[in-house]
Design a protein around this ligand. Structure first.
Ligand code: GDP
Length: 331
């Protein structure tokens, strides 16, 4: 079944990468964002989570039941502001530590801003330093979310000071040092800009994402020929390789004939069989996805990370992402 979904103009799109140390509350926060944005009822969330810790960010139920490994952990939240404007927020998961092979670079390449999620007791952890550093190098400005402020042992101000020191250490520019702080209890489902002003929902977080994260810069290229670089790959028993990336220019359509260009520059003709969009925790088949937004494409095998999918008549490759050479490794 193909879902009819309107193309979201770039002004109403936000691509945000979440940087968080394991256990600082990423899954809980994303669950609450989905729940409060009204996309899923609580029972569905509970069912989807299946009581299994950390699985809610994964793809869909069916795949989980069949035990297929899901590597891409993006999801999309539709948030409507109090004055009725609807925004799509693509939440992009990042590896919780340094990695090899450019994965961090590629994943961050889809985002225009970051959420740096920090436990109010533990403060920022060294393992997230590498990802944060890479995000700063890409010019991504973090919104700092100090989570678990409900903890009796929370020390939110100390956590903020440690984030500041870490950013100074990473040579962050002044506008980054002037970061926005949001205090949150993901577990209780609320966020506030000021600890003296308690709240009962996550609206300040949504509002900061919409206000602080720029719309995708390539959204203005909607009328250009299609270009998309493959950022991640998934595999499904039914359809084989699924190529995931952000549409850099143009519009990608179901059944579109395309050229696929490998990093050596050689290209070959293919036809896209399915275009999938991220919708809540699921992927849905759609007719088209436009510049600035993320999608998953089926039918392009053989395909690898770093290949560019282009317009059939105007095949121009995107520059390949440099490979990371991390100095800090998993702890
Ligand atoms: P992730 O590894 O970053 O995805 O972290 P989870 O969302 O799985 O949370 C890790 C643990 O922290 C779980 O036991 C959560 O219930 C708990 N947790 C998450 N958010 C909060 C919060 O706001 N307050 C408190 N007290 N615990 C939280």
């Amino acid at each position: 079944m193909t879902v009819t979904r309107n193309i979201v103009d770039a002004a109403h799109l936000r691509n945000v990468a979440i940087i968080a140390h394991v256990d600082h509350g990423k899954t809980t926060l994303v669950d609450q964002m989905l729940y409060q944005s009204g996309l899923y009822r609580e029972e569905e969330l509970t069912k989807l989570a299946g009581g299994q810790h950390g699985l809610i960010l994964d793809s869909n139920d069916l795949e989980r039941e069949r035990g297929i490994t899901i590597t891409s952990k993006n999801c999309a939240v539709t948030y409507t502001t109090p004055d009725g404007e609807a925004y799509r927020i693509n939440l992009i998961d990042t590896p919780g530590h340094a990695d090899f092979g450019g994965e961090v670079e590629r994943v961050l390449g889809m985002a225009s801003g970051t959420l740096l999620l920090v436990d109010a007791y533990e403060g920022p952890m060294p393992q997230t330093r590498f990802v944060l550093q890479k995000s700063l190098e890409r010019g991504l400005k973090p919104i700092v979310v100090v989570n678990k402020v409900d903890r009796p042992d929370a020390r939110p101000q100390a956590a903020v000071d440690e984030v500041f020191d870490l950013l100074v250490d990473l040579d962050a520019p002044d506008d980054v040092l002037d970061f926005q702080v949001i205090y949150a209890s993901a577990r209780e489902g609320w966020a506030t800009l000021n600890l003296d002003e308690p709240n009962d929902n996550l609206q300040p977080l949504f509002d900061q994402i919409i206000g602080q994260v720029p719309p995708p810069h390539d959204g203005s290229r909607m009328d250009d020929p299609l270009q998309l670089q493959v950022t991640t790959l998934d595999y499904s028993d039914y359809v084989g390789r699924v190529a995931i990336g952000r549409v850099h220019a143009g519009v990608v359509r179901r059944r579109q004939k395309v050229q696929v260009i490998d990093p050596s520059g050689s290209s070959s003709s293919r036809q896209i069989s399915q275009v999938l969009a991220f919708e809540g925790l699921d992927r849905v088949e759609v007719e088209e996805v436009a510049a600035g937004d993320l999608c998953a494409l089926v039918g392009l095998e053989p395909i690898e990370i770093g290949y560019t999918v282009t317009d059939a008549d105007s095949p121009v490759a995107l520059p390949s992402t440099p490979i990371d050479e991390p100095t800090l490794h998993m702890v």
